[in-house]
Structure formats: C-alpha cells, structure tokens
Design a protein around this ligand. Structure first.
Ligand SMILES: Nc1ncnc2c1ncn2[C@@H]1O[C@H](COP(=O)(O)OP(=O)(O)OP(=O)(O)O)[C@@H](O)[C@H]1O
Ligand SMILES: [Mg+2]
Length: 355
C-alpha cells in the first residue's frame, strides 16, 4: 500500500462532498479512521491470520469510524457511499498498475473485497446499534416525559370546566383544552406504538378476563359526550367475554369509531359487538364518502391517508395501522368493505383464545 496518501486524499475529497451541509469538517475529521481501516485491510492481505487491532474499549477502527460519522450527522447511505468510494479508488489504482491480472492478483483482489466488506459490516452494524439506542431514548421521552406535562394541562382544563365561578366562555375554553390534551395523548400513544412495532418490538398484549360489552359501552359513551352531534347506534349480541388485552381492544374501538365519526359525513355510526363460534366480531359501519377501491388494499399501511384527506395535517394516518397491529397481536383478522350502496364497514374478528 504505497499509494496510501493518494487513496486517503480520494476518501477525504469524497467525504467532503457528501458531508452534511450544516457542518464543515476539517481534514483530520474527514480522514478520521480511514488510515487505520486501510492499514488493517493491508495487513489482512499480507497475512490472513493477523490479529485485528482494537482500542482500549475493544472497538475496531471500522466501529469507531461509524461512531464518529453518526455524531457528524452522516446517514447510513452516506456511510455506505464512503466505503464504496474507498473500494473504487483502490481497485482503480490496482487496475492501472496491473494491466493483466494473474491468478495471484485475482485472489488478492477477492481478499481485499472481503476485508472491505467486513469493515463495512462492522461500521453499519455499529451505526444501526446507535440508531436503536437513539430510538429508545426518543420512545422514553415521548412515552414518559410528555405524559406528565400533558396530564397537568388536562387537570387545569378540568378545573376551568368545573369551577363554580367560571363563566361560559371559560368553560368552553376549558373543555376545548381538555379535548386537545386528550387528542395529543392519543397521537403520542399512536406514535409510540408505531415506532415500537416498526422496530420489530411488536405490540405487547396482556391478556386478562374482559367483557367487550363493557369496553364498547364505555367508549361509545365517551364519544357521545365529546361529539354531541354524532348519532352512534350500539348493537350487542351474545356473551362477549374472553381473554383479551382490554386496553388494546379499547384502542381498536377508539380508532374505528373515531374514523367513522370523522369520515362518515354525519351519517349514523353503527358499532356491533357480536359473539360467534369461537370468536368475537366487532363491526363498525358508517355512510358518507367511501374509500376508493384502489386505496382499500393500502388503507392499513402506516402514514397512509385517503386521497381526500391527504391535505389534513391534524391526523397522521397511523390509526388503522395500529388497529391492524393490535388485531394481529391477538391472532385475529381485520377487513374493510366500502361501496356507495353499502357504505364503509370495518370488521374485526378476535379468536377467543390464542394457543
Ligand atoms: N370509516 C371510514 N370511512 C371513510 N374513510 C375512512 C374511514 N376510516 C378511515 N378512512 C380513510 O382511511 C384513512 C386512514 O385512516 P387512519 O385511521 O389510518 O388514519 P387517519 O384517521 O388519517 O389518521 P390518525 O388515525 O392517525 O389520526 C383516512 O385518512 C381516511 O381517508
Ligand atoms: Mg384515524
């Protein structure tokens, strides 16, 4: 590796080109661990059995490199691009030196590629590990730290609503504040569940003995209070007690009924909870604008909203995604039908007991 300086210059030029715009790095930062990574690769080529170098805490140069790039705000794509540039510039020098590759050089080149791949894998896995930790911190903040100030707001709002000497304006203000705080909590909960299930953690389910009739009734009552204009028709059939996660099933009702009221254009919303052979069936129906046939297969995708609601920034398009995740966690199914004649119907089937 006599061409070290040449290669390092190429790496530095490339890193400078792709570095995040809000920050300019000095030469030392740009080259940071390139030299060590390359030296390692060279040693590995010379002697396949050589002992890999590690710093005092046991990190390899490729791992340290990933850490510094993450701190500098490089994306994982940029990290990959850097390695690609390194590989290309070395192979380029090589091919200019050796016009005709003999077996020996082909073998060398293969080993070089392997060594780069290994360094790359180390960098990427270290980088994503860091991302997971950042995600956990983020989850902790929205999940826990925001809950406390929000409940203080709710409490203050309740005080305004109930206070003896409040005039009607204050009562109105209080109830609007209260509803907004509730809505914020809902968004935070949805976001939390979304991040959790996306990062492969899944939605945790804690089964206890619950009665869906009680859950449905309570949530429908809450909707009637907060939406005095809405007509909600409740249907109950049979014994709908079973072992499910009550709070999670509550989220299903919450999201489906909330959607039906929001998108049902003032039509009657019918919420049915039915006992069937070995399962409970939850059906939420509304009229109004239908979900176009072409959109229906994607309606449960995260961050997906109907075309006519795409501009509305109040909602995030997470509700149905989370509903489906909860249903799946209960080994159930969810379907939608939406036609001009029949209106929009969401049907959830929950097996009574999952093995
Ligand atoms: N009952 C319904 N009737 C008509 N359209 C619906 C109904 N439920 C959902 N939709 C359509 O499906 C889209 C996705 O719904 P989803 O609940 O996932 O997200 P959202 O309501 O837009 O946002 P969020 O629930 O996160 O606040 C909605 O934007 C709407 O266009
Ligand atoms: Mg919704």
């Amino acid at each position: 590796m006599n061409n070290m300086e040449h290669i390092l210059q190429g790496w530095e030029d490339f890193a400078r080109k792709i570095q995040p715009p809000h920050r300019s790095m000095d030469v030392h930062e740009l080259r940071d661990h390139a030299r060590e990574i390359l030296e390692e690769v060279a040693m590995e080529l010379a002697n396949p059995d050589f002992a890999r170098s590690r710093d005092a805490s046991g990190n390899t140069p490729a791992e340290i490199h990933a850490d510094t790039r993450a701190v500098s705000g490089f994306s994982v794509d940029q990290l990959l691009a850097e390695y690609r540039a390194l590989r290309v510039s070395v192979l380029d020098l090589w091919s200019r030196r050796e016009k005709t590759a003999t077996w020996f050089e082909v073998e060398d080149m293969t080993r070089f590629n392997e060594a780069i791949d290994r360094a790359l894998a180390e960098s990427v896995s270290r980088y994503s590990e860091g991302q997971h930790q950042a995600q956990d911190v983020f989850l902790g903040i929205i999940g826990h730290d925001l809950r406390t100030p929000l409940s203080a707001i709710s409490l203050g709002a309740t005080y305004l609503m109930r206070s003896e000497n409040s005039d009607s304006k204050l009562i109105q203000l209080g109830s609007r504040m209260f509803n907004s705080a509730e809505r914020m909590q809902e968004i935070i909960d949805n976001l939390l569940d979304f991040v959790r299930s996306r990062s492969g953690l899944g939605i945790p389910v804690h089964r206890t003995e619950v009665d869906l009739a009680v859950i449905a009734e309570q949530i429908i009552e809450e909707f009637r209070v907060s939406n005095p204009g809405a007509v909600i028709h409740a249907v109950l059939e049979g014994d709908v007690r079973g072992r499910w996660d009550g709070a999670r099933i509550g989220q299903i009702y919450q999201n489906l009924i909330g959607n039906a009221i929001q998108y049902g254009d003032g039509t009657t919303v019918t919420v049915s909870t039915l006992a069937r052979d070995g399962e409970a069936v939850l059906i939420v129906h509304n009229g109004g604008t239908i979900i176009p046939q072409a959109v229906q297969p994607h309606i449960f995708d995260p961050l997906r909203r109907g075309p006519e609601h795409a501009g509305n920034r109040k909602n995030m398009g997470l509700g149905l995604y989370i509903v489906r995740e909860i249903v799946i966690a209960h080994h159930g199914t969810i379907d939608v039908t939406s036609t001009e004649e029949e209106g929009t119907t969401f049907t959830v089937r929950l097996p009574r007991q999952a093995e």
